[in-house]
Design a binder for this molecule. Structure first.
Ligand SMILES: Cc1cc2nc3c(=O)[nH]c(=O)nc-3n(C[C@H](O)[C@H](O)[C@H](O)COP(=O)(O)OP(=O)(O)OC[C@H]3O[C@@H](n4cnc5c(N)ncnc54)[C@H](O)[C@@H]3O)c2cc1C
Length: 293
């Protein structure tokens, strides 16, 4: 299939893109095209105007400062996977990215495109949920910051207004030496996950958890933080029993049943994958725990 006819726009400045989005009827942003172009080819999406953000240099790049990692929305997924700043400050993201599609799709796909597309099984939104990311949204009205918990607005929906674009993503840094883990189950390598689990642990020298984050993808309309698991972990000595108990806090999740998996199976996966992600995070934080699942 070929897309329906559209006009193509290639702004060079953020302000120019904002102006186009504010004035053109039935316009859509083009980032890496890895989700949008197939949808246009199948004519699930028909646009009159495509605004390509690829020529706006300000929307690309990675910077670290003031305890934050700042990533331009048009930064390619493959660049993030291999960037030394990500490896040093947010290794969870690099680990999760290896599960995102294929190297070919990651060469084109962007972090902003993945967050705006908001597939409930996507890995990068789950990483942003675990990291308490802040989304910087730009429009003719200026810039506004949206905490990630408020950014997800249901199934494949976000808090962005129709004329807004993601300009950047900011991640508050975790302490150097924190532990991280990402596990997912997909039917084939490169497929979207049935369920994925993302864990971060900051562990003191006495083995006590100072801070924890656990987020799941594939179990709801949007990535889900498991606050009850984090509460169970924080302030406690980290061991296999604590990890099992924290993972049990995923049991109230209410995933969908579909052709790929039943809700019950997804709930089971949520628990098993949480144990595995937390176990990796514990080991990377310097606490040796046996594999229990
Ligand atoms: C074979 C294949 C396998 C894949 N597997 C996975 C997978 O396992 N996990 C996964 O997460 N993804 C997967 N994807 C999707 C891939 O990660 C895409 O890169 C991502 O979903 C969209 O990013 P993009 O930059 O290509 O955005 P585009 O496709 O260009 O845009 C996607 C949507 O986001 C909007 N948008 C883009 N950028 C912005 C912005 N800055 N501000 C506001 N709106 C914006 C667009 O208008 C469009 O609606 C796969 C894709 C393919 C083709």
């Amino acid at each position: 299939m070929k897309p329906a006819p559209f006009d193509y726009h290639a702004p060079r400045q953020l302000s120019e893109a904002a102006q186009l989005l504010a004035t053109l009827p039935n316009a859509k942003i083009l980032a890496g095209g890895q989700s949008l172009v197939p949808m246009m080819n199948f004519r699930y999406v028909i646009v009159d105007h495509l605004v390509d953000l690829g020529g706006i240099g300000d929307l690309r790049g990675i910077a670290v400062g003031d305890g934050r990692l700042r990533i331009g929305a048009m930064t390619r997924q493959r660049e993030l996977e291999t960037a030394p700043e990500i490896d040093r400050h947010c290794p969870l993201m690099a680990e999760a990215l290896r599960h995102v599609g294929h190297r070919q799709t990651r060469n084109r796909g962007t972090i902003g495109g993945s967050l705006a597309h908001a597939d409930p099984a996507a890995e990068l939104p789950a990483v942003c949920a675990a990291c308490d990311a802040v989304i910087h949204a730009a429009s003719v009205r200026g810039l506004r910051q949206v905490p990630f918990r408020q950014f997800s607005a249901g199934f494949m929906a976000t808090a962005l207004a129709p004329d807004e674009m993601i300009a950047a993503i900011e991640l508050p840094l975790w302490r150097q030496g924190h532990g991280y883990g990402f596990h997912e189950f997909a039917r084939r390598r490169g497929d979207f996950a049935l369920v994925g689990a993302t864990a971060l642990l900051d562990v003191g020298s006495d083995g006590t958890v100072r801070r924890a984050a656990l987020a799941l993808c594939g179990v709801g309309a949007a990535p889900l933080r498991i606050d009850a698991a984090e509460a169970k972990l924080t302030g406690q000595r980290l061991d296999a029993a604590l990890i099992r108990s924290a993972a049990e806090a995923t049991s109230p999740v209410e995933p969908i049943s579909d052709i790929h998996a039943s809700a019950e199976y997804r709930r089971h996966l949520a628990q098993v994958l949480s144990v595995r992600a937390l176990t990796d995070a514990a080991r990377r934080a310097g606490v040796e725990v046996p594999n229990i699942m």
